[in-house]
Design a protein around this ligand. Structure first.
Ligand code: COA
Length: 154
């Protein structure tokens, strides 16, 4: 059974392990622990039979939000987990007032770019040589929440 639930203190060790194997540089344990209680953070996990299979981290402030991380264990990819994490994470930001969700992604990261495009993110620009190790451009993408229907009397 797959469930999308908030990351809890006892999940941090597994998140840290994924950070270290997937991202360079990884977030530290201290940073991850701070995100558990940061008022603007949306930090969700995908649990499969109770075990961490992926996570998403966004920060929402006012009418804007930023996607900082999304990752799924290599052996659990291609089964819609990232899409579900995006739905719940972006949904939570929109619910709290975000109209636009921004992200940056390595130009060569085809799976992530396809995921974002499929979800409705559009390319807004490029930051030249934004990443190091290896040096690479960042593609800036944005998701614009559909306008809520005004409650107009008949
Ligand atoms: C990017 C990532 C999160 C996708 O996770 P996932 O659970 O495999 O993705 P999903 O199964 O939910 O796929 C959703 C959509 O994304 C796209 N997609 C995902 N993986 C893809 C791949 N390898 N090639 C092409 N498109 C892909 C597809 O459009 C897919 O929809 P479809 O299956 O209906 O065609 C995963 O590959 C990952 O953890 N990568 C390493 C971390 C990373 O790069 N994070 C993003 C930068 S912060």
């Amino acid at each position: 059974m797959i469930e999308i639930v908030p990351v809890k203190p006892e999940d941090i060790a597994a998140v840290l392990e994924m950070e270290r194997s997937i991202f360079s540089p990884p977030y530290s344990q201290t940073v991850l622990e701070q995100e558990l209680t940061a008022p603007c953070a949306v930090f969700l996990s995908a649990k499969e039979d109770g075990r961490l299979a992926g996570y998403i981290l966004l920060r929402a402030l006012g009418d804007e939000a930023e996607l900082h991380r999304i990752a799924v264990l290599p052996e659990r990819r291609g089964r819609g987990l990232a899409r579900r994490l995006l739905e719940e994470g972006v949904g939570a930001c929109v619910k709290s007032g975000a109209e636009t969700v921004w992200l940056e992604v390595r130009e060569s990261n085809a799976p992530a770019r396809a995921l974002y495009e499929r979800f409705g993110f559009t390319t807004e620009g490029v930051r030249k040589n934004y990443y190091v190790n290896p040096q690479e451009d960042a593609v800036i993408m944005a998701y614009r929440a559909p306008h809520r229907k005004e409650e107009t009397p008949c």
